[in-house]
Design a protein around this ligand. Structure first.
Ligand SMILES: [Zn+2]
Length: 360
C-alpha cells in the first residue's frame, strides 16, 4: 500500500467536538450515563440496603452484547424508571445529561421525554415535567446562555388515545406558561401499538401550533403502508430514523423536504440496520436534499456522543470538515425553536468556520 498524506480537511474528534452542534433527537432518560445512574443507585442503596435493583454499571454493561430492539425497551420499563423515582434523582440526572451535551459542543438542544408520574410518590406528570423544565432553565442560566434548550413531550406507542391527548394537553399547558415546550413526538416500542389511535392527539397538537416529530419506519413491522400513511397524515415536521421506507413514501418525504433525524450508532448497535456504518441509510438520504440532523437517540445506552456521530459520518461517508459544517447547518433547518435560534446557531457556525480557516 502506498502512503497517503491525509488531506488537510480530514475529520478528527477534536474538530467534531469543537464544531457547534444541534441535537434534535435525544431521549432524556436514555441519555443518562451509566455512571450517573450508578451514583443515584449508590445513594439509594445507602438509604435502603434492601433495595433489589442491580448496579447500573453491571446492568448496562455492553461488554457482551449491545441492547437491541427486544432488550432496549424493558431496560426502561423494568429498571431505569424504578431507579429514578425522586425529584432529587430526576434533577441530578437531568442536569448531568445537559452538562454532557454542553461539554460535547452541543449549542442547541431539543430534549424529549415521556411525561411520567412516579407511582407511590407525589410526583405527578406535571411535577415531573416542571422539574425537568426547571433544570433546563437553571442550566441555561449557569452556562451563560450558551446552550439553548427546548423540550419535546413524547407520546408512547403503548399509550391509549386519552393518555396521548393528555400529553398534548400538558405540552399546551406548559407552553402557555411560557415554558420552552416546542413539540410532541411519537416514540416507544415499534413492535407495539396501532398508530391510528393517536389521530386526535396529533390533530390537537397541530391546531395548537406545536411541532410534530415521529419515530418513523424503525422496523419492518412498523413500516406498513397503513402505518406510514397514517403517520404522514399527522403532518409531521420531522421524522426520526426513516429506515424501512418504501419508495413511494420516500418520494413524498423528499417532496415535502421533511427534516430527518438520523441516529447512526443507535441503528447499527441495536441492529436496526444491516451492513454496519458504511451501509447506513444516511448515505441514501444525504443525496435527497432533505435536511438531516444527526442525533444520539440514547447516548447513555449506546455510548456514542453527538461529536462521535459526526466523526463516524465523516469517516464512513468520506466527509470533509466543510461537509460536516454543512451537515451541522442542515440540522439548523430542522430546529423547532424559531428563527432567532436559527440565526444564533448560523452565526456560531460562521464564527467557527472563520476561526478554523484563519488558523494555520
Ligand atoms: Zn428515538
Amino acid at each position: 500500500m502506498g502512503s497517503h498524506i491525509k488531506s488537510q480537511s480530514s475529520v478528527d474528534s477534536n474538530f467534531t467536538r469543537h464544531l457547534p452542534k444541534v441535537e434534535l433527537h435525544a431521549h432524556l432518560t436514555g441519555s443518562i450515563s451509566p455512571q450517573t445512574l450508578h451514583d443515584i443507585w449508590l445513594e439509594r442503596k445507602g438509604q435502603d440496603p434492601s433495595m433489589e435493583l442491580d448496579d447500573p454499571l453491571k446492568v448496562m454493561s455492553t461488554e457482551k452484547e449491545h441492547f437491541n430492539v427486544f432488550t432496549f425497551f424493558p431496560l426502561f420499563d423494568t429498571y431505569i424508571y424504578n431507579l429514578i423515582t425522586s425529584v432529587s434523582s430526576i434533577r441530578q440526572s437531568t442536569l448531568a445529561v445537559l452538562q454532557s451535551f454542553y461539554a460535547d459542543g452541543v449549542r442547541y438542544l431539543e430534549l424529549r421525554t415521556t411525561p411520567r408520574a412516579v407511582p407511590g410518590t407525589s410526583i405527578s406528570k406535571q411535577i415531573y415535567i416542571s422539574t425537568v423544565l426547571d433544570c433546563m432553565d437553571e442550566f441555561f442560566q449557569s452556562s451563560g446562555n450558551d446552550m439553548s434548550i427546548y423540550l419535546i413531550l413524547s407520546i408512547d406507542r403503548k399509550n391509549a388515545a386519552e393518555e396521548a391527548a393528555q400529553t398534548v394537553d400538558l405540552a399546551i399547558e406548559f407552553r402557555n406558561q411560557g415554558r420552552p415546550v416546542v413539540g410532541v413526538d411519537l416514540c416507544g416500542n415499534p413492535a407495539r401499538g396501532d398508530v391510528s389511535t393517536f389521530r386526535v392527539a396529533f390533530a390537537k397538537a397541530k391546531d395548537a401550533g406545536l411541532k410534530i416529530t415521529l419515530h418513523f419506519a424503525e422496523i419492518p413491522a412498523s413500516s406498513t403502508e397503513d402505518e406510514l400513511r397514517a403517520l404522514l397524515s399527522y403532518q409531521p415536521d420531522r421524522l426520526g430514523h426513516v429506515i424501512h421506507v418504501p419508495p413511494k413514501f420516500k418520494e413524498e418525504i423528499v417532496e415535502k423536504k421533511l427534516g430527518l433525524e438520523l441516529c447512526l450508532s443507535c441503528n447499527v448497535l441495536a441492529k436496526l440496520t444491516e451492513g454496519g456504518f458504511a451501509e447506513h441509510h444516511f448515505g441514501e438520504w444525504q443525496k435527497t436534499g432533505c435536511p438531516i440532523a444527526l442525533g444520539t437517540d440514547d447516548v447513555g445506552v449506546f455510548g456514542s456522543s453527538l461529536s462521535n456521530e459526526y466523526l463516524l459520518a465523516g469517516q464512513h461517508f468520506s466527509l470533509t470538515k466543510a461537509d460536516l459544517l454543512g451537515l451541522s447547518r442542515s440540522a439548523i433547518e430542522c430546529m423547532f425553536g424559531g428563527n432567532e435560534e436559527k440565526d444564533k446557531m448560523y452565526k456560531l457556525l460562521n464564527d467557527f468556520q472563520e476561526l478554523k480557516s484563519a488558523s494555520p
